[in-house]
Every structure is written in structure tokens, then in C-alpha cells.
Design a protein around this ligand. Structure first.
Ligand code: FAD
Ligand code: UDP
Length: 374
């Protein structure tokens, strides 16, 4: 029997491989990099002993019972609550915007009801149906908070003005009229005790799965396999024949120190004059561990070149049109399913990635069972 190929050893490829091998298939997993876990890759820094999130901080959060339980088969998830701080105008505030942020920023001592009325007074109520990031911010938090916390950060993160970005990006963040500073509003949140790479290694640890690292999979290999699940970049699969979809990439500048460098895991920088978006101090992602030394990374965002690692799909208007054409080509491509963050060119959190991977495997098995074309 021919193998199934899973291209990419991130959560998408690994979860699909595991589901199909458990249904009786043999699966070959390919990754161009020399490690598994894709952008969620973690490794211990040999000098400090700290578990480092190599491609930027990853916190697991979900509302899905199914995904939460699925992950528990492969790891112990330690209690963790993401509490982010931000520096703006040389002062430190709490994120997401909550009552503490509002009271400190405006030097007031308002109750929730008073703060709600106050922010309503700040908001631009003429914007009935916000379309852009900027309109969404002006409509819901007003100009002062927008300029302090969102305008500069977003300009640095996305390399364009917030009035060119969709409102949906800001909708990821809540605004709270109480003192809850949990960055996420999901039911479950946690951090894997031994990092994310250990999870993916365990998912892939099955006699029916073989993993080939340092191997680039291209369209020419497709016919060697019974079916291919491709979690690499959709435009790369078609050799960029319709053009390149835009991504942001990240550069990390390492900082090493003794003790506690910044006192929290993530410190954002709202001012445009600071060139990085945030600093992550990775020992704080594993608060159950104790380390004398510390390692942090300043995060710089820039346009992704042909040799860079793609991180964030930009999805501006011109990308939407090109994406539609690539998606059509992907639909017409026989024997290949496009999955995951790069394969579908969407910003996906880990929980959604896992849920969609389970779904893709399930759909494949159902179609095979019904004798239908895949
Ligand atoms: P990837 O992890 O990107 O895996 C795809 C793999 O395919 C890569 O390893 C790549 O090397 C390989 N590949 C590509 N092309 C080929 C080819 N031709 N041949 C062979 N291999 C190939 N999510 C959260 O839930 N919480 C967070 O806190 C969080 N933080 C994030 C922070 C940053 C900075 C970023 C960028 C993302 C964050 N995410 C977070 C999202 C998370 O990284 C993704 O959900 C997840 O990585 C998606 O998994 P994937 O398998 O689809 O893609
Ligand atoms: N954002 C901001 N200031 C901040 C944090 C976030 O302007 O201090 C904006 C930024 O545009 C970002 C978006 O809000 O892309 C969503 O924030 P989130 O923390 O979800 O970003 P991600 O996890 O994608 O890095």
C-alpha cells in the first residue's frame, strides 16, 4: 500500500499523521527544518536551562473540550495565565485594556460603570460600522488609548498604517471594565510541562509514522503517495506562479542576564520610537521551574523575503484576490489537501490548528469509506 504524506511536522501535519496511522495507514512526515513542531518548537537553552520558544512565545488556550482532552494524551498542561504588560510614554500599564489600565492612564479612580460611561465619551460614535483596525479602535476605546497602546505597536507589527488593516485584528483583544488582566477569555489555558516539541514528538511516536527532517517536499512528489496533506505555504506549492502572498517575519535579538530581567513574561512596547514590538522573558513561561540565569528576546517584525520564515499572513486586499486564485488551484489539485496556517494562509491559533487537523483526517477517512473521490 502507498503511504500518505504529511508535509510539515507542525501541529497540522503531526495530528493528521497520528489520526491516519491509528486508522491503519502508514504515513511519511516531511519537514524542511531539522526539528519537529514547526513554529511552536521549544528547546532548552543549554546555558540558562530555560525552555525557549524558538519562534516566539506560545501560550495554549482554548474553549474546545475535545482539543484540551486530545492534548492531555500527550502532555501534562501546567496552569498558566497570560498576563501581559505594556510600556507606553515611559510608563507601564496592564493589558488587555482593563479598569486598571483606564484608571492609571487617565489618573482616575473610576468604578466599572463610571469607566464605561467615560470610555463611551472618548469613543467616536460617528463610526457606525468599523471596517479598519483604526476605526474599530476609535469607535471602542477612543483616540488617546488608541494612540498610546495600538497605533505604534500595530504600525511596527504589520508595517502599515492601522487604517489599512481589517478591524478583525483588533477584535482578537478584549476591553474589560473590571480588574481581570487575563489576556485570553478562553475556558482553558495552560503551558506544556516539557514544551511543545515534546508533545509533537509524542504525537509522531508510532511505528506506522516515519519522519524525514531536512527534506523539502515539492509538487513532483505528489504521485508517489496515496494522498498528500500539505501544511507548507500554498503559494510555494505552486512555485509562486500567481505571485507571492505577503507575510510578516520576525527577527529576535537575544538578551542574557542574571536573575529577573523584566519581572514578567511579555512586555509590549506601544511607542513607535522603540523599534521592537515586545520583549519576552522565557523563564516566566515555566513558573514552576527555577533558573538563576535568564534569556529574553526583543521581537522585530518586518516584511518576509523569499529566504525568510513566514510568520503572520498579512491578508491585505491584494492578497485576498491572489489567495482566491490559489485556493481555486488547490481545489483543482488532485490527491492533495491543503491544511494549517500556511496551507490555508490564515492566522490560526494552536487549538484551531489541532481541531482543523482532526477534522481534515476525519473527512478523508469518511470519503474513503464512502468510496468517493478525495
Ligand atoms: P507550522 O507550525 O508553521 O508548521 C508548518 C511546517 O511545514 C513548518 O515546520 C515548515 O518548516 C514545514 N514546511 C513548509 N513547507 C515545507 C515543504 N515544502 N516541505 C517540507 N516541510 C515544509 N498560537 C496559539 O495558540 N497561542 C500562541 O500564543 C501563539 N503564539 C504565536 C506567536 C507567533 C510569533 C506566531 C507566528 C504564531 C503563534 N501562534 C500561537 C500560532 C501557532 O504558531 C500556529 O497555530 C501553529 O504553528 C500552526 O501549526 P501548523 O502546523 O499549521 O504550521
Ligand atoms: N496590538 C497592539 N498593541 C498591543 C498588542 C496588540 O496594537 O500591545 C494589536 C496588534 O496589531 C496585534 C493585534 O492587536 O497584531 C492582536 O494582538 P495579539 O496579542 O492577539 O497579537 P498576536 O498574538 O497575533 O501577536
Amino acid at each position: 500500500m502507498k503511504h500518505i504524506a504529511a508535509v510539515g511536522a507542525g501541529f497540522s501535519g503531526a495530528v493528521i499523521a497520528r489520526s491516519l496511522v491509528e486508522a491503519g495507514y502508514r504515513v511519511k512526515v516531511f519537514d524542511i527544518r531539522d526539528h519537529v513542531a514547526g513554529n511552536c518548537h521549544t528547546e532548552r537553552d543549554p546555558d540558562s536551562g530555560v525552555m525557549v520558544h524558538r519562534y516566539g512565545p506560545h501560550i495554549f488556550h482554548t474553549d474546545s473540550e475535545r482539543v484540551w482532552e486530545y492534548l492531555h494524551q500527550f502532555t501534562e498542561l501546567m496552569p498558566y495565565t497570560n498576563r501581559v504588560k505594556t510600556t507606553s510614554g515611559n510608563k507601564v500599564y496592564s493589558l488587555p485594556i482593563n479598569l486598571l489600565t483606564i484608571n492609571q492612564f487617565f489618573c482616575k479612580a473610576m468604578s466599572p460603570t463610571e469607566a464605561m460611561a467615560f470610555i463611551e465619551g472618548q469613543a467616536d460614535l460617528n463610526i457606525a460600522d468599523p471596517q479598519t483596525f483604526e476605526e474599530q479602535a476609535l469607535r471602542f476605546v477612543g483616540r488617546d488609548l488608541y494612540e498610546a497602546f495600538f497605533k505604534g505597536y500595530t504600525q511596527k507589527q504589520w508595517g502599515c498604517s492601522p487604517n489599512q488593516l481589517p478591524a478583525s485584528i483588533l477584535k482578537r483583544l478584549p476591553i474589560r471594565f473590571n480588574y481581570d488582566d487575563n489576556y485570553f477569555f478562553h475556558k482553558y489555558q495552560g503551558m506544556p510541562r516539557d514544551g511543545y516539541t515534546a508533545i509533537v514528538e509524542k504525537i509522531l511516536d508510532h511505528p506506522g509514522i516515519s519522519v524525514e527532517l531536512g527534506t523539502k517536499f515539492t509538487r513532483e512528489h505528489v504521485q508517489e503517495f496515496h494522498h498528500v496533506f500539505y501544511s507548507g505555504p500554498i503559494d510555494g506549492f505552486f512555485d509562486y506562479e500567481l505571485g507571492r502572498l505577503g507575510y510578516r517575519t520576525l527577527d529576535f535579538k537575544e538578551i542574557r542576564a542574571e536573575g529577573d530581567y523584566q519581572g514578567c513574561a511579555v512586555m509590549n512596547y506601544g511607542d513607535e520610537s522603540v523599534p521592537y514590538t515586545r520583549i519576552a522573558e522565557h523563564k516566566h513561561f515555566s513558573p514552576w521551574e527555577k533558573h538563576e540565569k535568564t534569556i529574553c528576546f526583543e521581537e522585530y517584525s518586518r516584511a518576509c523575503g523569499p529566504k525568510d520564515i513566514p510568520y503572520y499572513p498579512i491578508r491585505l486586499t491584494q492578497e485576498e484576490a491572489m489567495l482566491r486564485d490559489y485556493v481555486q488551484k488547490a481545489r483543482d489539485e488532485e490527491g492533495v489537501s491543503f491544511v494549517g496556517r500556511l496551507g490555508t494562509y490564515r492566522y490560526l491559533d494552536m487549538d484551531v490548528t489541532i481541531a482543523e487537523a482532526l477534522e481534515a483526517a476525519n473527512e478523508f477517512l469518511t470519503l474513503v469509506e464512502q468510496g468517493r473521490k478525495i
